[in-house]
Ligand binder design. Structure first.
Ligand code: HEC
Length: 131
């Protein structure tokens, strides 16, 4: 470690900048994708002017087809007993299974235009109303 520190500080000295100066010099680069124009444009394009559709709206348009009556073993809306063991696996597991599909559950529950956020909202809507 002593050797590495020596090499690094001599490198710093060689280009005539202290660590503080280097940090200050590279800081704006790190901000480009966070606050820069290009990234803001990209983010604006993804989030429509209306923002994400509500979990309830997604559920009623897509998920209800199977989850209201329990098609092919789908955990039914409002059925705490069917949802509890699934919820117990953790939300990350529910999310990845909903996005990738699980047996008869199609990827994104057939809502191919749904963002991850919208899928999350729909799952929350179902699980919140099923306990
Ligand atoms: C074509 C029928 C169908 C549609 C439409 C559907 N699902 Fe499912 N879903 C299923 C079935 C069947 C299962 C049970 C899968 C299993 O455990 O084998 C399931 C399970 C799930 C689970 C539990 C996954 C787990 O980890 O246990 C979640 C969460 C879920 N669906 C979310 C959704 C959402 C959100 C939508 C709407 C965007 C949706 N589903 C639309 C059939 C459907």
């Amino acid at each position: 470690m002593v050797g590495l520190t020596t090499i690094m500080s001599s490198t710093v000295n060689a280009i005539g900048q202290s660590p503080e100066e280097i940090t200050a010099r590279i800081a704006p680069v790190g901000n480009v994708c966070i606050a820069g124009e290009e990234c803001e444009v990209a983010a604006a394009a993804v989030a429509s002017s209306d923002g994400p559709r509500s979990g309830e709206a997604i559920y009623n348009q897509f998920c209800t087809a199977c989850h209201s009556v329990g098609v092919a073993g789908a955990p039914k809306f409002g059925d705490a007993g069917a949802w509890a063991p699934r919820v117990a696996k953790g939300f990350d597991s529910l999310m990845s299974n909903a996005i990738n599909g699980l047996n008869a559950m199609p990827p994104r529950g057939t809502c191919t235009t749904c963002s991850d956020e919208e899928i999350q909202g729909a799952i929350e809507y179902m699980t919140e109303n099923s306990k």
